[in-house]
Design a protein around this ligand. Structure first.
Ligand SMILES: [Zn+2]
Length: 126
């Protein structure tokens, strides 16, 4: 069995903090040594939805191991998935619900595309 990986991060209020590094964390290359310990965040690789160069949506695994509050939807010590532009951290049930809503939205887009094609072909609207 291998030892769990750890990482040392400088903080302005607790000096160097050694903490376990989850396997899903993408690392801390942009870590600011002036960070407070409570603000340390593990974040996984971002999953993005872009179209025509615009970032429409992104999501990533996150965990704030020293968070002092556990306000639902705002992240905390329990890992979650942070979703932009919602600015919320979701649990698995909420994330499946979001995915279902996006499926329905994609169906609406396909419906609009069908309607537009009919309009452009000179057909009747609705
Ligand atoms: Zn990390």
């Amino acid at each position: 069995m291998t030892e769990p990986s750890t990482i040392t991060l400088a903080t302005s209020d607790h000096g160097n903090v050694v903490l376990p590094e989850p396997s899903w964390c993408a690392g801390h290359a942009l870590h600011d040594p002036e960070s407070l310990r409570v603000d340390l965040v593990h974040a996984g690789p971002s999953v993005e939805c872009t179209y025509l160069g615009a970032n429409l949506f992104s999501a990533e695994l996150v965990q704030s191991p020293f968070a002092e509050s556990s306000t639902p939807l705002l992240g905390g010590r329990t890992p979650g998935v942070s979703v932009w532009p919602l600015s919320r951290t979701l649990d698995p049930v909420q994330l499946y619900s979001l995915a279902a809503d996006l499926d329905r939205y994609a169906d609406h887009l396909r419906g609009l595309a069908d309607e537009l094609a009919m309009v452009l072909d000179g057909g009747e609207e609705r």
